[in-house]
Ligand binder design. Structure first.
Ligand SMILES: Cc1cc2nc3c(=O)[nH]c(=O)nc-3n(C[C@H](O)[C@H](O)[C@H](O)COP(=O)(O)OP(=O)(O)OC[C@H]3O[C@@H](n4cnc5c(N)ncnc54)[C@H](O)[C@@H]3O)c2cc1C
Length: 513
């Protein structure tokens, strides 16, 4: 049946960034789209919320890492209200003695590195050139719609070989390596190694000494090269969701919140529509799921519709949520020893060394709370003062390597976790503790239950080095059923790419028919 007497060409399950991007792209292709979102709020983990009245922050996801220009342009996101409070912000690795390091982006930063560690400044130039050259090969493949990562990797290797044999040899040498080994071979400066190691492993379950983590670093560099640098939207990540929702509506799409899809309907081997948890059947020849592939295929579709081996593979996909979030309200800007107040608007890393990142990963493997947590911190109110009352601030802290099933259970350990986080930040900022007026903790199980992200896993089962050749493309074995979430090609992050890729792959398939 058509809902309210309306007929739809496509139903998108999940009103998060990727689902909305898919819906907007399908709308541009003249498809009549219905988006169904279980929660009362759109956005999934890309939402803005209050820590306490008048103190707002990006509740989970806090940085636009790689929103490609093409997606911003195609969906007219600026016209639909998306503005950046800051673009291309630098990354600063904090040092307890105030000798912070700006991860080099230009000559001035390299000169500063040369003062701290001359050998590393020389090594940086060659390392940066080498990694950027490999990331540049990977980046177009991420934009290459409908190319699943398996063939992406094959094409990456082929392009490297076609370009230059020595580059291919270098790439083949690098791909299986751990980022820890690579950094140990290249650099000495602990802050630099800590920052690069954290960049490679943030969001995943592998530590920096896990084989294949160089690929993770290259993947992140390639993703970032597609966008306009690390950016903070005015109004937080919820503003990105709002702009995407406006893009859907502008393309005559319809969005319904508070509707849970409980089953996919299949007729004659092809998708026929969805059934909601209220028992309403909505018919459409195309269904696009922004949920993780495992839940979509096994939970909504049912193993009977897929090959046994594929069902087994999906059932085995681990979803190891590993990142917790802490949001803090502060009655003033904390002073970080040796850091100019304007630099407090940068991306601040607590990753004092490669060992520190490795220890956090080791603790994670033992289901322990890291004794010295590593962190990615932003203070978005520095660049977007409307987030907090005048002179006050909000701080957003991602804490990787936090186990979903922490030993002793999260209810018993939540306060201890908060204390470890605030105590660690206070080591860099002596007045921080005195400025703290309120705080919220979101553990991986909280992220799973409150935002519908299975396991709280950043990658929804995608980009897992142990599973190379990598995540799937948007097509599924069932005609009319497509995927557009972070477990697919182009993977996670605030990119809109999985949604765009899905719409492009669908258009290509329709063109062939
Ligand atoms: C802690 C954390 C921090 C992160 N920080 C960053 C960051 O700073 N920068 C960055 O680029 N990336 C970040 N990421 C990654 C990025 O946010 C995610 O990859 C991406 O936003 C999540 O994918 P999504 O938007 O497709 O889906 P999700 O946000 O998982 O949304 C899924 C949606 O589907 C809905 N839903 C679920 N089941 C149903 C159903 N049966 N019926 C209808 N609707 C349903 C949910 O309610 C939800 O709205 C972070 C991830 C995590 C976990």
């Amino acid at each position: 049946m058509a809902w309210g007497g309306r007929k739809y060409d496509a139903i998108v399950i999940g009103g998060d960034l990727n689902g909305l991007a898919a819906a907007a792209y399908l709308g541009r292709a003249h498809q009549r789209v219905l988006v169904l979102e279980e929660s009362a709020t759109l956005g999934g983990v890309a939402v803005t919320g209050e820590i306490m009245p008048d103190y707002s922050v990006s509740t989970v996801t806090h940085l636009v890492e790689a929103l490609p220009r093409s997606v911003e342009r195609d969906l007219k996101l600026a016209k639909h209200g998306l503005r950046m409070a800051a673009r291309d912000i630098p990354t600063v690795v904090l040092d307890r003695d105030g000798k912070h390091l700006v991860v080099p982006r230009n000559r001035k930063d390299i000169a500063a590195l040369a003062v701290a560690q001359p050998k590393d400044a020389a090594a940086w130039r060659a390392f940066d050139r080498r990694m950027k050259a490999h990331a540049a090969l990977l980046a177009p493949l991420l934009l290459d719609d409908a190319v699943p990562a398996a063939s992406s990797l094959r094409r990456l290797v082929w392009r490297a070989g076609w370009n230059r044999a020595d580059r291919l040899a270098d790439l083949l040498h690098l791909l299986p390596q751990s980022v820890g080994d690579l950094l140990d071979a290249e650099f000495e400066y602990p802050l630099l190694k800590g920052a690069l190691a954290l960049d490679a492993v943030l969001g995943g379950a592998d530590g920096p000494h896990a084989p294949g983590t160089v690929l993770r670093l290259l993947h992140r560099m390639a993703m970032r090269s597609l966008g306009r640098g690390l950016s903070i939207p005015v109004g937080g990540l919820g503003a990105a969701t709002d702009a995407l929702a406006a893009a859907v509506v502008a393309e005559h799409g319809e969005i319904r919140t508070g509707v849970r899809v409980s089953r996919l309907m299949v007729e004659g081997g092809a998708i026929a529509g969805v059934e909601t948890s209220d028992g309403v059947a909505i018919v459409a020849p195309l269904v696009v799921s922004s949920l993780d592939p495992r839940f979509t295929m096994l939970g909504l579709l049912g193993a009977a519709h897929i090959e046994t081996e594929e069902a087994r593979r999906l059932a085995r996909t681990p979803l190891p949520g590993s990142v917790a979030k802490v949001n803090l309200a502060l009655d003033g800007l904390p002073e970080f020893r040796g850091l100019a107040p304007a630099m407090c608007g940068a991306r601040l890393l607590v990753a004092p060394s490669l060992d520190a990142v490795d220890h956090a990963a080791t603790d994670f493997g033992q289901r322990a709370l890291a004794s010295e947590p590593v962190m990615e911190i932003t203070i978005p109110s520095v660049v977007d003062p409307a987030l907090a009352p005048a002179g006050h601030h909000v701080m957003s802290v991602l804490v990787p390597f936090m186990p979903h099933d922490v030993e002793g259970g999260w209810p018993a350990r939540r306060d201890e976790f908060m204390q470890r986080v605030t105590k660690t930040i206070a080591q860099y900022s002596p007045d921080f503790a005195g400025r703290l007026i309120a705080g919220d903790v979101l553990t991986p199980p909280d992220i799973e239950t409150r935002f519908g992200l299975p396991g709280g896993d950043w990658y929804c089962g995608g980009v897992r080095v142990a599973d190379l050749p990598g995540p799937r493309g948007p097509a599924t074995p069932v005609s009319g059923l497509w995927l557009c979430g972070p477990g697919t090609h182009a993977a996670s992050g605030v990119t809109g790419l999985p949604g765009r890729d899905m719409a492009a792959a669908f258009a290509a398939e329709r063109g062939r028919r």
